[in-house]
Write a protein that binds this ligand. Structure first.
Ligand code: FES
Ligand SMILES: [Fe+2]
Length: 428
């Protein structure tokens, strides 16, 4: 059980809060590169850590992330004109570059000092893979660019999507490291979904619901091992990787692409769920890309402007009681993404963790919370650099393996848990 004040600390991410300051030390996925497809593309609204921002790409291809509101009379610059290396406010024509500098202030004399004083708040925005990343912390602590494998493999090996989730970031992230729900909530879907089906691991997942957990703490996060029975006394291990505070990688199945998520707060009651799928050693097939675009696997069908899922709380996630009854799906809701999101959003915008009853299968969740609390407090009290900001710590993988009885997974699967260039992920 968590104390109320610990829950508050972990779930509030505005500027000046301990968790907000922690998040501001990491590169955060901000927008898809495809949202700014060309120079002078229209600005894109994005809310991150409680701040309303605009992602920009100027006439020279420079990216930037700036405050949404014009310093003059506070209108939204989203209505502005993106032209000649700057965004010009639609109201009185003040113009700003991607670094937030005011480069034209037509209502004032040329030498007016006002121009110096009206800078927009601005953050760097860089392209790594198919994602534009931002860093919202103190400039002197900006880490080297992120090195997550899905973002560094060739573009045709990887697929990235995002969706708006109407809950606090932490209850969403906790779903990503809670392997014990897979054999229940996703019961039928792991066999029917084209990006999960035909794995021997599915049989073990479905046949053994008494999952045993072993969690190994790493300097930058956790490996969470879920152990189920396989044949001849052997064990099927699904090992999830978590990097502080926001990155999870799901154990793979067969030769399907390996996948996972980022969970990034929009504000305290909403988050961005980023979904990536990639294969380390081969391009994704046309069929795989097609089903991902169609919202299968860990992706889902969304409104292309707001990124809100088409199945959402206003329509009860298109719940189908007949499908629930027949077992075509376990919960009556289609697809992994909305099976998860429906339940996580059902907890309310910020779940009250002081009222939970945790059991042994929640060990990963418990240890992740502990690491987050320690890191946020260490940063607030001593300025200690948070774990997981160094690119070298991003080079990890999840894995699924069958190991002989009595073998700790860190021993039996050690090599499988790090990125080995030119080698595929380890999966059964
Ligand atoms: S409100 Fe933007 S220029 Fe006046
Ligand atoms: Fe799930």
């Amino acid at each position: 059980m968590m104390r109320r004040e610990q829950n508050e600390l972990l779930t509030r991410t505005d500027a000046g809060t301990p968790m907000g300051e922690l998040f501001r030390r990491y590169w955060l996925p901000a927008v898809l590169a495809s949202e700014l497809p060309e120079n002078d593309a229209p600005p894109v609204r994005v809310k991150l850590l409680g701040e309303r921002l605009l992602a920009l790409r100027d006439s020279n291809g420079q990216y930037g992330l700036v405050s949404e509101f014009c310093p003059h009379r506070r209108v939204s610059l989203w209505f502005g004109r993106n032209e000649d290396c700057g965004l010009r406010c639609a109201y009185h024509g003040w113009k700003f570059d991607v670094k937030g500098n005011c480069v034209d202030l037509p209502s004032e004399p040329e030498d007016s000092l006002v121009r110096e004083r009206v800078k927009l708040k601005a953050y760097p925005l860089i392209k790594v893979g198919k994602v534009l990343w931002t860093y919202m912390g103190p400039p002197e602590h900006q880490p080297a660019p992120p090195a997550f494998e899905f973002a560094t493999v060739p573009d045709n090996h990887t697929f990235v999507s995002k969706r708006w989730q109407e809950s606090n970031w932490l209850q969403a992230m906790e779903g990503g490291i809670d392997s014990s729900h897979v054999g229940w909530l996703h019961k039928a879907t792991i066999e029917s979904d084209p990006l999960f089906s035909k794995s021997v691991g599915n049989k073990y997942t479905l046949e053994d619901s008494r999952v045993m957990f072993e969690v190994v703490e790493q300097p930058s996060g956790l490996y969470i091992g879920a152990k189920r029975n396989a044949e001849n006394g052997h064990h099927y291990w699904r090992i999830t990787a978590w990097i502080m505070p926001y990155y999870t990688q799901i154990p793979p199945r067969a030769d399907h692409p390996i996948h996972g998520h980022f969970w990034v707060p929009m504000d305290d009651e909403n988050c961005w769920t980023w979904n990536y799928d990639f294969h380390p050693t081969r391009p994704l097939s046309a069929r795989e890309v097609q089903v991902m675009e169609n919202g299968e696997g860990i992706h889902c069908k969304i409104d292309p402007v707001t990124f809100r899922p088409l199945a959402n709380k206003d329509n009860d996630y298109l719940m189908d009681r007949e499908s629930q009854k027949s077992g075509r799906t376990f919960s009556g809701i289609e697809g992994f993404a909305m099976q998860d999101a429906s339940l996580q959003e059902s907890m309310g915008p910020i779940v009250d963790r002081s009222r939970e009853h945790l059991v042994a299968t929640d060990l990963g969740v418990v240890l992740a919370r502990r690491q987050l609390l320690q890191a946020a407090n260490a940063l607030a009290e001593r300025g200690a650099p948070p774990p997981g900001i160094e690119p070298a710590t991003h080079l990890i993988r999840s894995a699924s393996v069958v190991l002989p009885p009595g073998t700790p997974f860190m021993e039996g699967a050690r090599k499988a848990l790090t990125v080995r260039e030119g080698r595929a992920h380890t999966s059964v």
